[in-house]
Design a protein around this ligand. Structure first.
Ligand SMILES: [Zn+2]
Ligand SMILES: [Zn+2]
Ligand SMILES: [Zn+2]
Ligand SMILES: [Zn+2]
Length: 142
């Protein structure tokens, strides 16, 4: 079994579907993808933290440009990301195949050799690492 069972490039998808600050996979609620005025996207939760430190704007941690706003609702959602997410949860088997095989809620970052399965951080601990399975991160060292 090798990583070629992916139909899409998992690294690419991860870049699109993960908040670059907290590295969590976006969702429709607390981790909603919010588009900053500079074009970068962060999750709602991180945006709230960024906003808590400033008065009338958020400084993008990636390009340092300031998005002027006083509340999160003034920023648009990243609709492209939401569309892909919607697809992963409802319609597309191809993208659903990219998600963690245990919870289908997050992108996997670990591969269990014993189960030949891709897993997210949370699922890796419970069902696999504790059983003595050999787990390897899919990204890193590159
Ligand atoms: Zn975040
Ligand atoms: Zn930016
Ligand atoms: Zn999982
Ligand atoms: Zn396992």
């Amino acid at each position: 079994m090798e990583a070629a069972s992916y139909l899409l490039d998992p690294d690419l998808l991860r870049e699109v579907l993960e908040c670059p600050i907290c590295l969590e996979t976006y969702n429709q609620t607390q981790m909603r993808p919010k588009l900053l005025q500079c074009g970068h996207t962060v999750c709602r939760q991180c945006l709230e933290k960024l906003l808590a430190n400033t008065i009338n704007g958020v400084r993008c941690p990636f390009c340092s440009r300031v998005s002027r706003m006083s509340s999160i609702s003034q920023l648009a959602d990243n609709l492209t990301v939401l569309k892909i997410l919607d697809c992963t949860t409802s319609c597309s088997a191809a993208t659903a195949a990219l998600m963690c095989k245990s919870c289908y809620n997050r992108l996997p970052r670990q591969y269990c050799h014993d189960c030949a399965t891709f897993l997210c951080e949370l699922c890796k601990e419970e069902g696999h690492l504790h059983q003595g399975h050999s787990i390897q991160p899919i990204r890193g060292g590159r």
